[in-house]
Design a protein around this ligand. Sequence first.
Ligand SMILES: [Zn+2]
Length: 379
Amino acid sequence: MQRGTFQLMKTVNRSLILNKIRIAAPISRAGIAKETGLTPPTVSIIVKELIEQGLVEESKLGSSSGGRKPTMLHIRTDELFVIGVDAGPGTIDCILTNLTGEMLGVVSYPLSVHTNSEFLHQVIQAIQQLLDRHSMQTEQIIGIGVAMHGVVDAKTGVSLVAPLLGLHNIPIKQELENRFSIPVKVDNDARAMALGESWFGGYDMQDSMVAVNIGRGIGAGIIIGGKLFHGAAGLAGELGHMSIDPNGEKCACGNRGCLQTLASGPSIARRARTASGEAVYHAAKAGDEEAKIILEKTGQILGIGLVNLIHLLNPDRIILGGGVMESAAFLLPPLKEEIASRALTVEAAQTEIMVSRHGNRATALGAVALQLVDLFAPV
Ligand SMILES: [Zn+2]
């Protein structure tokens, strides 16, 4: 066997074992061998390496049907950490998690920037604050994930277009790596959120799913076969710019009647003539009929957008997140009705529609997942 092939197999086996421990912990070496189909010596050698690298540790003794109790393994949670950044447009949220995605700390403040260097400065400040607050050395951080709205070149880690901040070509990866000497990955916010939902949601990783982020803008992250789909030029999932009304309002992108002009937070606020989508939610909750009608109409429009998505991709499930989903109680019933009445088949009508369980941290957790995927399941 060629050495290259051997190395590749070892990498594949390593991620297979690491992922098995992540999902099935506490699990014994024998249990891993049985469930992965790898031989017990292969499992032993790789587990030894994982323990030496500080990724895995032995825990309390497991139960056994007679004889010696097996030593159980789990992912180590006190040695290495990850930083996830949800970088705007309105606020910057920076979270610290362990390797299982458990949130240990957060730094959050409003983002107000006019230039690329101001933006980078604020992101660096937030990360530094998080490190200082938890007395973390950079060697303890395996990576930083950054989720950014707009068009992102995930390979180079450059934010190509950030329309809601009015910025272009921000070299996020390069600048953060220079500053912290920690590996950095950058991706679109909805895409990061989708990965986070697939990683931390407890679903089958092979599922196909779409996560839709509905806030100041609307974007979708598409997971096919457990992997993020970027498209030919990183544009996949720009659901917010799907045309719904050819004669509708002009969108920031220059087209008319995009989904974003009809169902984003600012569009809800505009129709209700209030300051924010949040204000409309509170009014509806307090019984304001006009506010309720505006949210119901928004739910219908979102339903039309999602039915188009279902017909195009036929995902197992769609997960909705972002600030606008705070109004889920008002949006979901008309949204589901719209899907039920427009879907082509019974199966399409039954596509699972859920609201993210991670609330306003869904995107930052997704940014963490950008790094964990590399550690647990490199390709
Ligand atoms: Zn548009």
